[in-house]
Design a protein around this ligand. Structure first.
Ligand code: MTE
Length: 336
């Protein structure tokens, strides 16, 4: 029996249409009778009941200030000049109100609902193939690292892009901290699981918690970055506070948010989106403008907040640093 699960990325109209256009359409649709087939076609009817604050992005109010952060004194960190941009930094007012964080809802306007996430205390677990399993408090972990700022491009699989100043530390340093055994081949990362706080996690059709994975070579590549801050401040909740990943040569869904667990494993982890739709989302997910998503082109990307589209670059422009990671893996599905 074929069971077709309904997911946001089954709706290319919602997924790859610039949000402003999509919301305009919603305003029109809002005038129609509730529960009409047309509304259900553009936006799953179940979502209105499932997720609070669904229309919050239309207000575009500034985000609530984060709760006090015991590591706030570490910001702003020194910018690492090795990581430069070919484009303007996307304003905070844009990136903080246009987010993918499906735990809190499936529109881009989840920033208000995400404020319910409690980010202190926050424990991070290191387990699997490590010398010794351990659980560490996020503030202890952050203070064990040297924070730096990096300007990175970010390319979502939905064909939108942004450029942001992340603050954090190289993932290689986190791997050193975890002390994995030589037999570890992959790092599996897991987001928190708390349906009382994250309404999206109440939908049991989705394989919560959100999981992502990298090979050890990817995790220790100089570009793989653990993010604790943005725009010179501790990271806001909607971006995945207090600890998220940034792997800028891959589609954004690899950059897992609000991480609570790193497991060092021998077998390739099966990630959240791969689990939901293996024909569309794979393990590698390297950006490639020539390999279309089954439902849309990846040749260009919308720079959010600008209304312009630019050509997408192979590995999102980071090929010099990462292309060699994939030598000999050509038979794999590297670009999806
Ligand atoms: N991590 C979790 N836990 N849940 C998510 O829904 N969305 C991913 C990624 N990490 C996601 C996640 C996707 S699809 C993208 S494009 C980026 O987060 C978006 O990051 P941003 O909201 O900070 O721009």
């Amino acid at each position: 029996m074929l069971i077709r699960r309904r997911r946001p990325w089954d709706m290319p109209e919602a997924s790859v249409t610039p949000e402003a256009l999509f919301l305009d359409r919603r305003r029109v649709l809002a005038g129609l009778a509730a529960g009409s087939a047309l509304v259900a076609g553009a936006t799953p009817a179940s979502a209105d009941g499932l997720f609070g604050g669904l229309f919050s992005s239309e207000k575009k109010a500034p985000p609530a200030p984060p709760e006090p952060d015991p590591t706030a004194d570490l910001y702003p960190a020194t910018r690492n000049p090795a990581f430069t941009l070919d484009r303007e930094i996307t304003p905070e007012s844009v990136t903080s109100t246009y987010n993918n964080f499906y735990e809190f809802g499936w529109t881009k306007g989840i920033w208000q609902t995400a404020q319910n996430l409690k980010i202190r205390p926050w424990q991070v677990r290191f387990d699997g193939l490590v010398e010794q399993e351990k659980t560490v408090d996020i503030d202890t972990l952050i203070r064990a690292m040297t924070l730096e700022e990096r300007l990175y491009r970010h390319r979502c699989v939905e064909a939108w892009a942004m450029a942001v100043p992340w603050t954090g530390f190289p993932m290689g340093k986190l791997v050193d901290y975890a002390r994995p055994l030589g037999s570890a081949k992959y790092v599996r990362m897991e987001t928190f699981l708390d349906p009382d706080v994250a309404p999206g996690q109440k939908d049991t059709r989705w394989p919560w918690p959100y999981v992502e994975g990298l090979t050890m070579a990817e995790a220790t590549n100089e570009l793989a970055f653990m993010v604790t801050g943005i725009y010179g401040k501790p990271i806001l909740k909607q971006y995945g506070a207090p600890l998220r990943l940034a792997v800028p040569w891959k589609y954004g869904f690899k950059s897992v948010k609000s991480i609570v667990r790193f497991s060092f494993v021998e077998e390739r982890p099966r990630s959240f989106w791969e689990d939901l739709q293996p024909s569309e989302y794979g393990f590698w997910a390297n950006v490639n403008p020539e390999v279309a998503h089954p439902r849309w082109s990846q040749a260009t990307e919308e720079l959010i907040g600008t209304g312009t589209r630019v050509p997408t670059q192979l590995y999102n422009g980071y090929g010099d640093s990462v292309a060699s990671l994939y030598t000999g893996l050509e038979s794999e599905t590297l670009y999806r």
